[in-house]
Structure formats: structure tokens, C-alpha cells
Design a protein around this ligand. Structure first.
Ligand SMILES: Cc1cc2nc3c(=O)[nH]c(=O)nc-3n(C[C@H](O)[C@H](O)[C@H](O)COP(=O)(O)OP(=O)(O)OC[C@H]3O[C@@H](n4cnc5c(N)ncnc54)[C@H](O)[C@@H]3O)c2cc1C
Length: 425
């Protein structure tokens, strides 16, 4: 049997492609290396029953996000983050100072967006990094850069100002209390999928493409490859004697998979209220920025999310990579120490469950999400460009305004199927 399309990977991009292939009536198969679907979109349950997303959690992109259509009555969406609290020189700053931070961050985001739009209009190899473009003695700019290190999964001195990641999501960020991973799984519906089956070789040399796996070789007219750029760079998948063309290798080099991890600490019910961090004090969950850190850490916290007593730390870049490599106990221990500065060690004793993002150390994922390196202005578009109209690429690293996001990944899978379908008809 010869398939119309074989989809490699069942993360958001692969599931989007499979869902669309099915509705277009294509003869397709999805092959996934892991024992589960979802890739970097996965919801686990903490010991307390609290859902926790190891990867994507926030519905972003406003009207461009197709997952809104799949949020039914059983999926709970959370309240929006209500501004910033600021921890400085051993104290929580007052409301006026927190508002000053909000104003400064809004101004920096606006400036960032303006620079990003301008350089995206005329892509140039000389485009500066985010840090270079935005440094200018602005209030709180170092704190903004620390937050971006998580948003971009890399230090702002490494990331091109033209990259939409971190600034261009559009619309509100809406937390999915029931778990974004569950929404994506639901959106995929009943698709044909083979698990525990890593693709090892894609051979384009014959009339049909041969896709090699430990379970046998499949024949197909088209392939959509959705693995991360970390997996591509490690060359776990071979492309035969000729390999991938240089322009594709250059695109992969230009969009490395950075590190973005989370540590979730669940407190016993009522703890945050007891110590004065209840929703009632802030009218909603709060983003806590610990400023003037004395080390290279960059975590920022969301307090009082989930069902009220979950605190999640967002970490990025080199520090995140090192902490993830040290393993879950080290990630949790660091996070507890960090939060103890603010909440006190008594409160830390009330933690009843903890979870961390493991993706950096998972061979088939290789990190958080991609960032655009300085000097590779067209890399995202080049990654998405098919080879011989037969080998297609999709995933969060591909082009488009929604690069790095779950819905961007899904949409890239849909785009690839549309192109293949138009060739078939
Ligand atoms: C901490 C964190 C927070 C995030 N927060 C958000 C957020 O709030 N909102 C948002 O929109 N996005 C967020 N993201 C990003 C989002 O999770 C990703 O962009 C998206 O899930 C990536 O999907 P993908 O399909 O491109 O890649 P993946 O999910 O990596 O899917 C690729 C699949 O390919 C499989 N694979 C690898 N090698 C092989 C092989 N040889 N053969 C077969 N299969 C293979 C992998 O196992 C994987 O399942 C976050 C990510 C992280 C890490």
C-alpha cells in the first residue's frame, strides 16, 4: 500500500496534520516515537488531582487559535493574570511600584513589537538581537529581559529582534485550568496513529518515499516531518546518501530549540490566603517578579493559579537548561528556595505536590521551543519550505506569526496538508 502522506510525530503539529488529512479524505498514517501523543503538549495530574501542563498552558493568539473551538463545557479556563507583584531588596513592593512595573513592561513590549514588525518587513542579516535593539536605559529593562529569557527560551542577546516569539502572541493569554494538553488531544479526535515507533530513515531517492521504522518500511507519496529542530540537528533521522540540502541545514541551525521549563508547586488549600497572597488581595492570580537577583537565575512566578494554591515558576535559557540537566529534585529544590524568599519557609512546608518540565532531557523532544538566531532572518520560512514537493516540514519552529506556540504548530500541520491536498487534486 502507498500512503498519500505519512506524518512523523504526534505533537500539536502532527495531530493538526492528521486531523486535517482525515477530514480531507487522504490516505494517511501518523507515526510517533514515544508511547503517548502530544509531544510538548501534555497534561499530567499532580498527586492532589490538580491538572498540570508540562508544556503549553496558555491559549494564545486570540482569534487565530483554532483550539477555542474545542473548549467544551468539561474544559475550564482560568482567570487572566492580574498584574505584577515585585520582590525587591527583601520586600514586596507596594501597589504603586507594581503599577510602575506594569507601565514599564507595557512600554517595553510596545517598543519590542514596533522593532519586531519593522525588521520582519525587511528581513536582513544585520538585524540586531533583542537586547541590542531594546537596551536604552529604560525602567526595569533588565527585568523585562529576564522574563523574555523564558518567553524566548534563550537569552535576549541570542535572539533576533525580528523573531515573533515572546512578543507577538496577540489577544489575551488564557490559562487552561483543565490542561491545554487535554484540549489538543480532544481536538485531534480519532486519528490513525502508531506509537512507540521512531522513524529512522526517510529515503527520497525512488518514485515512492520509503519511511523506515523498527516496525517495518512504509511507502508514501509525501511525508510531513514535525520533529523539533533539536531532533533534526541530532540527525536521529537519516535522509539517505544525499542528506538534506544545505539551505535546509542552515535553517535548522538558525532556529535552535531553546530551553523553557516550569516548576509547579502545589500548596495545601488555603495556604496562600493565610499568608496574604490570596486572590482577594490581588483580584486574581499574580505574576511575581523577583528583581535584583544576585545570581544567573531568571525564574518568574505565577502565584495562585490552578485551583488557587498552585504556584508555577517559568525559567528559560542557559539557567533552565542547566537546572533541567540536574534533574527533577534539583529543579524542585531550587524553586522552593526561590519562593521561600518571598513566602517564608513556613509556607514552603505546606507544599503537597511538585512537578517539573522534563523535555530538555527527552531525546525525542530536546528542549522547550525554538528561537530565531541573529543572522538567520529567513530560517523559519526556509524550515517550512518543502523539498521536491514531497518532504514537508511542520511544527512550532516553522514560519508564521504564531511560531513557537501550540496553535502555531497545529496550523503549520494544517498548511502542509492543504499543500499536499492541492497537489493531489
Ligand atoms: C515549558 C513550556 C511552556 C509552553 N507554554 C506554551 C503556552 O502556554 N502556549 C503555547 O501555545 N505554547 C506553549 N509552549 C509551546 C508548545 O508546547 C509547543 O510549541 C508545541 O507543543 C510544539 O508542538 P510540535 O508538534 O511542533 O512539536 P512536538 O510536540 O515536539 O512534537 C513532535 C513529536 O515528534 C515525535 N518524534 C521525535 N522524533 C521522532 C521520530 N524519529 N519518529 C517519530 N516521532 C518522533 C516526538 O516524540 C513528538 O511527539 C510551551 C512549551 C514549553 C516547553
Amino acid at each position: 500500500m502507498v500512503f498519500d502522506v505519512i506524518i512523523v510525530g504526534a505533537g500539536a503539529a502532527g495531530l493538526g496534520a492528521a486531523h486535517h488529512a482525515r477530514s480531507r479524505g487522504l490516505k494517511y498514517k501518523t507515526i510517533e516515537a514515544a508511547s503517548r501523543i502530544g509531544g510538548r503538549a501534555v497534561t499530567v495530574e499532580l498527586a492532589t488531582g490538580q491538572p498540570f501542563d508540562l508544556g503549553c498552558h496558555w491559549l494564545q493568539g486570540g482569534g487565530r487559535n483554532p483550539f477555542y473551538d474545542f473548549v467544551g463545557a468539561e474544559i475550564r479556563l482560568g482567570p487572566l493574570i492580574q498584574g505584577h507583584a515585585l520582590w525587591r531588596r527583601g520586600h514586596l513592593t507596594d501597589e504603586a511600584q507594581s503599577q510602575a512595573l506594569d507601565v514599564a513592561f507595557d512600554a517595553l513590549s510596545a517598543l519590542h513589537l514596533e522593532h519586531q514588525r519593522r525588521s520582519a518587513e525587511t528581513p536582513s542579516i544585520d538585524e540586531p538581537s533583542i537586547r541590542k535593539a531594546l537596551s536604552g536605559g529604560h525602567d526595569f529593562e533588565e527585568d523585562y529581559f529576564r522574563l523574555l529569557t523564558h518567553e524566548c527560551a534563550a537569552e535576549p542577546e541570542l535572539v533576533s529582534i525580528s523573531d515573533p516569539a515572546g512578543v507577538n502572541f496577540g489577544g489575551d493569554d488564557i490559562p487552561v485550568l483543565s490542561g491545554y494538553g487535554r484540549v489538543i488531544e480532544k481536538a485531534a479526535g480519532p486519528i490513525d496513529i502508531t506509537l512507540d515507533c521512531p522513524v529512522t530513515k526517510i529515503d527520497l531517492s525512488g518514485a515512492d518515499i520509503l519511511v523506515e521504522t523498527p516496525q517495518g518500511t512504509l511507502r508514501t507519496r509525501h511525508v510531513i516531518l514535525t520533529v523539533s529542530t533539536a531532533v533534526l540537528a541530532k540527525e536521529h533521522i537519516s535522509f539517505g546518501a544525499s542528506g538534506l540540502p544545505n539551505w535546509k541545514l542552515s535553517a535548522i541551525e538558525g532556529i535552535p530549540t531553546g530551553s523553557s521549563t516550569k516548576v509547579g508547586l502545589q500548596f495545601a488549600k488555603g495556604t496562600l490566603e493565610r499568608i496574604g497572597f490570596a486572590r482577594s488581595s490581588f483580584a486574581g492570580p499574580v505574576r511575581l517578579v523577583i528583581v535584583e537577583r544576585e545570581d544567573t537565575s531568571n525564574g518568574s512566578w505565577h502565584l495562585g493559579t490552578g485551583d488557587g494554591d498552585l504556584c508555577t515558576c517559568y525559567i528559560g535559557g542557559k539557567f533552565s537548561r542547566e537546572l533541567a540537566a540536574a534533574g527533577k529534585p534539583a529543579q524542585v529544590a531550587w524553586a522552593k528556595d526561590d519562593l521561600a524568599k518571598v513566602l517564608g519557609s513556613d509556607a514552603i512546608g505546606a507544599i503537597v505536590a511538585a512537578e517539573t518540565t522534563p523535555f530538555d532531557t527527552v531525546e525525542t523532544l530536546g528542549g522547550g521551543y525554538s528561537y530565531l538566531r541573529v543572522g538567520y532572518p529567513n530560517a523559519r520560512d526556509d524550515l517550512e519550505r518543502p523539498i521536491q514537493d514531497r518532504l514537508y516540514f511542520a511544527g512550532e519552529a516553522c514560519g508564521g506569526i504564531d511560531a513557537t506556540t501550540a496553535h502555531g504548530a497545529w496550523n503549520s500541520g494544517v498548511r502542509a496538508i492543504d499543500q499536499i491536498h492541492s497537489l493531489q487534486s
